[in-house]
Every structure is written in structure tokens, then in C-alpha cells.
Design a protein around this ligand. Sequence first.
Ligand code: HEM
Length: 450
Amino acid sequence: MSNGLHQFPRPKGSLLLGNTFDFAKDPLGFLTHCAEDYGELVPLRFLFSSACLLTQPEHIEHVLKHPELFTKNTPAWQAVRSLVGDGLLTSEGSFWSRQRRLMQPVFHQQHIAAYGETMVLYADRMLQTWQEGDVCDIHQAMMQLTLNIVTKTLFNVDMAGATAQTIAQTLEVAMEWFSSRRQQAFLPLTGLPTPINRRYKQALQTMDQAIYALIQQRRQSGDNPGDLLSLLLQAQDEDGSRMSDRQLRDELSTLILAGHETTANALSWVWMLLAQNPPVERKLMGELGTVLGDRSPTLADLPQLRYTEQIIKEALRLYPPLFSLARSPIQDYDLDGYHIPTGYILLFSPWVMHRSARYFTNPLQFQPERWEHDLEKQLPKGVYFPFGDGPRVCMGKSFALMEAVLLLATIAQKWQLTLLPDQLLAPLPSMTLRPKAGITVRLTKRIATH
Ligand code: HEM
């Protein structure tokens, strides 16, 4: 016999809107307050849907481990779907598992090893355009760099000029649109001809044209460089049918979105945290000096760049690019003795768990050293999950970690980034956790000491 959720204390909301307004106004603050002040399950109500915040690691782990029992189909997810369609991030069931099996090999360790050189090469190219004393928004710079890297490594396309601009602009509009959708509690208002809805629709059309052109070019050239695009083009069902252009478009736009926005945000927060913590920066420079001297990093250096990697892990702890995940039980579900009805939205937040004093000492401090001695393995599952977990764990996890370490090392070796004073440095919880007003830095060339 299971218990209902009604026994759990919950944050007060308005009679009509429930907790919609508080969540929309400040999702990070609201979820943190719920976790700190209520129980292991915190019932919530958003306009037309009931939800529940999970704060017990075992519950989170259980939900992530069982995609066959919990769907991703929630209102926020439908908004993501309108951008990337039925790609790997959003599809489900046997269709998802077939696509995942198909694409997984491209992300295996031995395959992504070859991408390391491209990552360093593209970072160096960017650095060649930097001038001593320049002021730049490092978030924009990271967005451009990771976009160029993901399209070159996965689709063998040098995203120079117009196509890159088109995709970058679409994603900017999409993020703005998503924030406005969140503020409207994901009500089904997408059809209304509001200025932001119109701009979003237009941007989507433009992005589609760019991606279809990319597919077309590859079909016509008949090239097979063994990248993800050729793999997708060759893939056949048992009945011999190939992926439609629409499906190819969905998978490509998914990987472009998932593969650059997240990593760019993670690196942007790294630069902010480093500039705010000079002792960490000094220790990083010490490691780069010892391991690399003046040469560029390669894949072979990764095992030695341990502190560099700890910095990335710690930035992902404090600023997880996907700050909250959600699932919904496909059928009424008994979660550890509690009855969760179908359609309930189960929310769980890396932001909340990563900053919990129950699991981390000085949780709000940036201390990369905490990751020494394999802290990650000692933490219960469901506490630190910047890449999700279970069968639907981020497919690009190794790719992203390798990229983040190589880019941090390549850039920090040659340039110091200092924050300009008096700027707003705050996260904007949109589809991902991005800096609200960018991160403006001054660039100073480091003098080689080796
Ligand atoms: C720091 C960088 C990244 C972070 C923090 C991140 C985070 C995540 C998270 C949390 C999920 C699971 C979402 C959920 O369970 O609801 C996910 C899924 C996914 N990510 Fe990443 N990601 C990153 C980089 C990448 C990169 C570089 C790629 C590809 C090049 C990528 C491709 C994907 C894909 C395809 C999925 C869907 C997997 C599936 O459902 O089978 N991600 N990512």
C-alpha cells in the first residue's frame, strides 16, 4: 500500500497559479529554497500540471536508470522538441535506442581521440585573432569556438562565414524564446503571433535551410570521410529504408545544440571562476608549465592535466549547464512507497544537488582540490550528475570533457583573462545555464617562461 504525496509539506503558492510565478521568476532560487526547507519529495503545482521536486539521491538515480518507466515528455521538453524535433535528445522508446546504438560508435574513446587535434587547432586559430588589451565577451567567443569544433568534428564542415552565423543566430533567438516560454509556464501559446514567436519561427526556417543544404552537399559529393554525417546517411533499417531528410535534420540540429551550447557555457563559467580565484589560476599555470612547457597540449597529456580537469569538474558542479532535468511516469508509479500518478512531473536539479551542504563541504566555494582522491566515486549516485546518468547519460560526455580540458589548457597557457569591473555576473536559467549579460574580460598575453 503506497502513500500519497499530500503528506509532504510544500511551498505555498497562489490559489490559481500554484507555484508557477515563483518558479518562473527565479527557478534556481525557488528550487534551492524548496530543497532546503521541505522534505525529500516536495509537491509543487504549475498552472495545469502537478510536479514534485526530488532531493533524495536514490530517487534521482532510480528515475534516471529507468527510461522505460519515465518519459521525458514534459512541457519544457516539448519546447526543446520544437527546436530539434525527434533527435536523440528528445526521442524515446525503440526509436531512440536504435538511433543511440547507431551513433554511439562515433563517440567512443578511440574515435574521439582524433578530434583532439582539431580542438587545439581551432582554439589556436581563435587566439591568432586576439590582440593585447582587447576587451571581449568570452561567452560569445566560446560559443563560436565550440560551434566550429562540433561541426568540423562531427560533420567535417568548416563553418566559416554565413552558415555558422545563421546557426549561431538561430540558437540565440531560440534561447530567448525558451526563456520567455519558461516565464509563461510553458503554456501552449506558441501559435500566437507575438514578436518573439514570429522571430523564433523565422529563425527555425533559416536554420533548417542551412542544415538541409549541408545534407544536400554531402549527398551530391558522395564523400565518405567516416564522420557522423556519413554514418547517418548510410544507416539503413532492416527493411533497407534510409533516414529521411527530416530525421537527418533533427539529429544534426540536436548535436549542434547539445554539442556546443553546453560546453561553451561550462567554459564561460570556468573563465569567470578562474579570474575570481587567483590562487586556483596560479596552480593551473603551475601544472600547465610542468606538463606542457610552451608546447600545445595533445590527447596524450590528458592524464597528466589532473588539476585542469578538476577545475572543469568543479565549474560543472557550481554551474551545471543543464540545471534541472525532468521526467514523468508513463503509468502510475510507486516510488519508494509513494504514489506518483501518471503525468506528474518529477523534477531534479543538478544545481540544487551540486550545491547541497549535505554532500559538499563549503558547497558554494570554488575548490577544484575537492575532486582529488576520486571524490566522484565516493559520492552517492544522484548527487553529482552534470551529464545526467543511466542509459540516457550524455552521449557527448567524454567528447565534452576532453574538449573542455584541451581548450582551457590551450587558452590559459597563452592568455590571461581578467574580468572588467562593475558587470552583472549572473546565470540566466534558459534552456541551459548561460551568463545573463555575457562575461566581459580583458585579454593579456602571458609571457613565456619556459
Ligand atoms: C559540458 C558539456 C555538456 C553537458 C553538461 C551535457 C549535459 C547533458 C545532460 C545532463 C544530458 C541528459 C539530459 C537528460 O537526461 O534529460 C545530455 C544528453 C545528451 N547530450 Fe550532452 N552535455 C554536454 C556536452 C555534449 C556534447 C559535446 C554532445 C555531442 C557532441 C552532447 C550530446 C548529447 C546527446 C546526444 C544527449 C542525449 C542522449 C540520449 O538521450 O541518448 N552533449 N547532455
